[in-house]
Design a protein around this ligand. Sequence first.
Ligand code: URP
Ligand code: ZN
Ligand code: ZN
Length: 465
Amino acid sequence: MAYDLVIKGANLVTAADSFVADIAISKGKIAAVGQIDAGGAKVIEARGLIAVPGGIDVHTHFDMPFMGATTADDFATGSAGAVFGGTTSVVDFAIQKRGESLREALDTWHKKAEGNSLVDYAFHMIIVDLPEKRVKEMDDMIKEGVSSFKLFMAYPGIFMSDDATIFRALSRTKENGGMICMHAENGGVIDVLVQKALAAGQIEPKYHALTRPMSAEAEATRRAIALAEMAGVPIYFVHLSAGDAMDEVRRARERGAPVFAETCPQYLYLSYDDYERPGFEGAKFVMSPPLRPKGNEERLWKGLVRNDLQVVSTDHCSFCMKASGKKIGKELGKDSFAKIPNGAPGVETRLLLLWDAVSKGKITANRFVEITSTTPAKLFGLYPRKGHLSPGADADIVLINPKKKHTISVKTHHTAADYNPYEGKTVDGSISHVFIRGKHMVDGDKFVGSKSQGQFLRRPPRNFN
Ligand code: URP
Ligand code: ZN
Ligand code: ZN
């Protein structure tokens, strides 16, 4: 068989195995794995490099209007960060506006992404308005390849759904096979705490964290699990931050409930202490849920090892600290932490930070692949096309140089935010090559691919219960 490209002699790491092999690519797919005669194909020498399936980030917000601002990254810059960071597919969140149909919201997000994304992309649908008459629109989304929906128990007046709405949506997924992704924080309680803090003149960024306690996340997680159990369906928790919330997930899984959760690198590497940085610097870390007190991160690392947590995504939601051009930034909240646009960048650094954890012995290389690619692909209908290095899969391949260190900095990142939450952190390992569907996209620090080649990924409904 004639191949287009052969990657020679890499250390392949999958969720299950590690072995040295060649990878042959033909027509954008992995054609063979083993000892391969390249014939006339182009050869990439990869001895000493680690080959993993392209990263899948199932939680990004590109070109998202939120809290009076719009994210610094659109699909062009966000996907540039993704590809340089070894993420070859993202699942972004389309947002329904109040009164709008899910179809209109989906059309808007297709327009934002089409022709702009360097990486392959899919959508979850954020539902904010679900009266009984709209419930069947969820089925239409599934036919469009959008098989997951995010609901919020936080952000009253913006995104928050009441229990009846949540239960209605969960119940519909029993019939249509969709998956509900839940932002679990008790928005009502948080709102009371926020108003109290503001009335006492507590306006600095750190009060964002102090008004969103761990127990507000744990309570909402427990309630959402109960609602999912009553509806008899799986549920997936996004950006789980608190060890106490993770314990709720673990307890549910121990009794056999199909409950899944992701955490994000910020909750593994940063902490409440970052809000105590001088001046307005803490605003860089204002996100929801907030960073937690030191010690919490060790609980999450243990949870990742024990499979209490199944996925690490980023919740990439970047805002500049200072307005640039027409884009408003976090300075919007100079006089009130409650007005700081929530979110931080992360899509470019997820694989680097987690490979560093492999190097430091916190997780195995196989677990790295499982939580960054294979399990997200399985949970969100992308497997076996994505998430695995085996014949027939898309040739989305990342080569990591485990010997080269990388220092994270706003000076070298490719996303649009004017800061990096991990500024100056040096990690073991660097992204050496990135291929998407067999196309060479990144070679060291150079972009060698073609622009706007990302494809929309239709995702079928779940096939597990
Ligand atoms: O602070 C965050 N996480 N911003 C993005 C919106 C969300 O809740 O995911
Ligand atoms: Zn959220
Ligand atoms: Zn998010």
